[in-house]
Design a protein around this ligand. Sequence first.
Ligand SMILES: Cc1cc2nc3c(=O)[nH]c(=O)nc-3n(C[C@H](O)[C@H](O)[C@H](O)COP(=O)(O)OP(=O)(O)OC[C@H]3O[C@@H](n4cnc5c(N)ncnc54)[C@H](O)[C@@H]3O)c2cc1C
Length: 220
Amino acid sequence: MKVELVSITPNAEDLIERACRTCYLSFDRYDPPKSTAELIRKVIRKGHHSVLEHASATFRIKGGSRVFTHELVRHRFVSPSQESQRYVCYADKPDRKKTKDFEYQIPETVKKSGSEQVFQDGAEAAYNLYEELLSKGVPPEDARYILPNATTSEIVITANFREFRHLFAVRCQPRAHWEIREVCLQMLTIMKREAPTVFCDFILDEDNVCASIDPGKLQA
Ligand SMILES: Cc1cc2nc3c(=O)[nH]c(=O)nc-3n(C[C@H](O)[C@H](O)[C@H](O)COP(=O)(O)OP(=O)(O)OC[C@H]3O[C@@H](n4cnc5c(N)ncnc54)[C@H](O)[C@@H]3O)c2cc1C
């Protein structure tokens, strides 16, 4: 899976500090970068998280399955734009060339179980039927019913920093499903670089397979 940062609020942490100082009219204490880091840690500690909504980021994610995208779009403050299986066509049809090749994810557990070939045969059989339906004039929006959940789907998402903190808290932990966890870990790594204070309490484990929250990192 490929995760790319498309856009992010410029000087995001500075914007958050200035928005926050409006609440208290405390611009006399504006002394970045020290005041920025101190104030952001303080508001997160105290649960004054709405100020984090002033900054947002947009990611393009390629190679994830429809299983993963379905989990991602359940998050109500994540704005998605996703590859449409109505308009994107994975096989030639009588009046049109295909938009892209049919691709799908194979979970590691399937590979380790020795079932990779069976899995591929099943996916290819579904695809062959999809292709046949298109050749008989069934539109992609109906032929897609036969495609597996494993089918990959490109998606662009935008969310504010408050929602990213929530997303990482619930989807970077070991109980989250591996695919959304892998994507969220990649996004977290980028966000820790782009907004180090806002995400300072998220700690990636040594193997980079999950992240935990260390409230101690928010202390002054
Ligand atoms: C480990 C795990 C297992 C899961 N298993 C299942 C499952 O088996 N079946 C299933 O259907 N789903 C499952 N989900 C998905 C889950 O139910 C949610 O749909 C998903 O996590 C997105 O919702 P959210 O509450 O996390 O917050 P978001 O939609 O990301 O919203 C962020 C926050 O905003 C607030 N918020 C948003 N909407 C409201 C509202 N209407 N009222 C009050 N506060 C609101 C809440 O504080 C919320 O936490 C699972 C999620 C996880 C992380």
